[in-house]
Design a protein around this ligand. Structure first.
Ligand code: NAI
Ligand code: MG
Length: 336
């Protein structure tokens, strides 16, 4: 049975990097059935919504989805973030952000950590209001036992599956006593079920500092929504930056893989968009599908290109998006 993959190109450089990823995926010995679905500002202009129901259905019906990026229009009434809505509608509760050294002078060596971020609640609950004629604004930070338990289990299971030995539970329970307190409490309850894994607690501000000081110390970081958003952007700067960082959004019934970067409007049709982040997202997708050998081959091919300087200008190279894609395709086809 071929795998059903839904591609969500989106806006800006999204379609360019998704087309590149589709090409390298086709160079692997896998049976993949691709379908396309609409998302983003372009979808809004064509269809009146940035996230049509048909797109959500196409993601649910597929084995996995690969998403490019979307452009956020300024101050458009009735517009909503299709990315946040997609994560909530499909209950994609786990946002996985690996940070791994690449063979490049700009990358610090010895880093191989993964940030596991809760993706549906916390300060991104969407529950907001204003009071006192707009002079007092309130956002509710929602933490549930169920939401905490499933993300913490995801982190400990991932550590176990990948042979890691430490999980840092990152919170601010000394100040956010109720919300972070519950998250921490659930972590303390679950950790003993993973006796081979050491659970360490760290306050989020300390973690931000330690990530800069000594990122090599971390293996898995698990945390709530906003903290994870900030820490994962911070972490990717050690290993090549936005052109390289990939992420996964995983739920019980669907999974969407994406580069971390946005639609980078100034790069559109310049050939300067680095497809690496989307290639690494595609490799995460293959791991999720159980195709670990193909995932490893794709990663190796990309890393070989990087090591040889066959990269786009953001990494100091002279190749275009399609030039880099060709290089990787050749390597995948030749080592068959
Ligand atoms: P951005 O990620 O698009 O660009 C930030 C910087 O990184 C720019 O200098 C850009 O040239 C560079 N960059 C990004 N991707 C690159 C790549 N593949 N290769 C080489 N360089 C790359 O973020 P920005 O400029 O803040 O936002 C642009 C648009 O993207 C906005 O409309 C924003 O709302 C949207 N956005 C969408 C996201 C998503 O779809 N998940 C995430 C972040 C922003
Ligand atoms: Mg972010």
């Amino acid at each position: 049975m071929p795998y059903k993959i839904t591609l969500l190109p989106g806006d800006g450089i999204g379609p360019e990097v998704i087309a590149a990823a589709q090409e390298v995926l086709r160079a692997l010995p896998l049976e993949l059935d691709f379908a396309y679905a609409e998302i983003g500002f372009g979808a809004y202009e064509r269809l009146g919504t940035p996230l049509p129901d048909s797109t959500l259905q196409a993601i649910r019906a597929a084995d996995a989805a690969l998403f490019g990026a979307v452009t956020t229009p300024p101050n458009l009434p009735g517009y909503f973030s299709p990315v946040v809505r997609m994560r909530q509608s499909l209950d994609l509760y786990a946002n996985l952000r690996p940070t791994r050294s690449i063979p490049h002078p700009s990358s610090r060596p010895g880093i191989d950590l993964i940030i596991v971020r809760e993706n549906t609640e916390g300060l991104y609950s969407g529950i907001e209001r204003v009071e006192e004629d707009g002079n007092r604004a309130i956002t509710e930070r929602v933490i549930t036992r169920r939401g905490s338990e499933r993300i913490l289990r995801k982190a400990f299971d991932l550590a176990r599956q990948t042979g890691r030995t430490k999980v840092h539970v990152v919170h601010k329970a000394n100040v956010l006593r109720q919300t972070c307190g519950l998250f921490r409490q659930v972590a303390l309850e679950i950790a003993p079920q993973y006796p081979e894994i050491e659970m360490l607690e760290m306050l989020v501000d300390t973690c931000a500092m330690e990530l800069v000081r000594a990122p090599e110390q971390f293996q898995v970081i698990v945390t709530t929504n906003l903290f994870g958003d900030i820490l994962s952007d911070e972490a990717c700067m050690f290993v090549g930056g936005l052109g390289v960082a990939a992420s996964a959004n995983i739920g019980a019934e669907a999974a969407v893989f994406e580069p971390v970067h946005g639609s980078a409007p100034p790069l559109v049709r310049t050939g300067k968009a680095n497809p690496t982040a989307t290639f690494f997202a595609a490799a995460m997708m293959l791991d999720y599908l159980g195709e670990t050998e193909s995932a490893a081959r794709l990663r190796t091919a990309v890393e070989t290109c990087i090591a040889q300087g066959l990269v786009t200008p953001d990494l100091g190279g002279a190749l275009t998006t399609s030039g880099m894609t060709e290089q990787i395709k050749c390597r995948l086809q030749n080592d068959e």
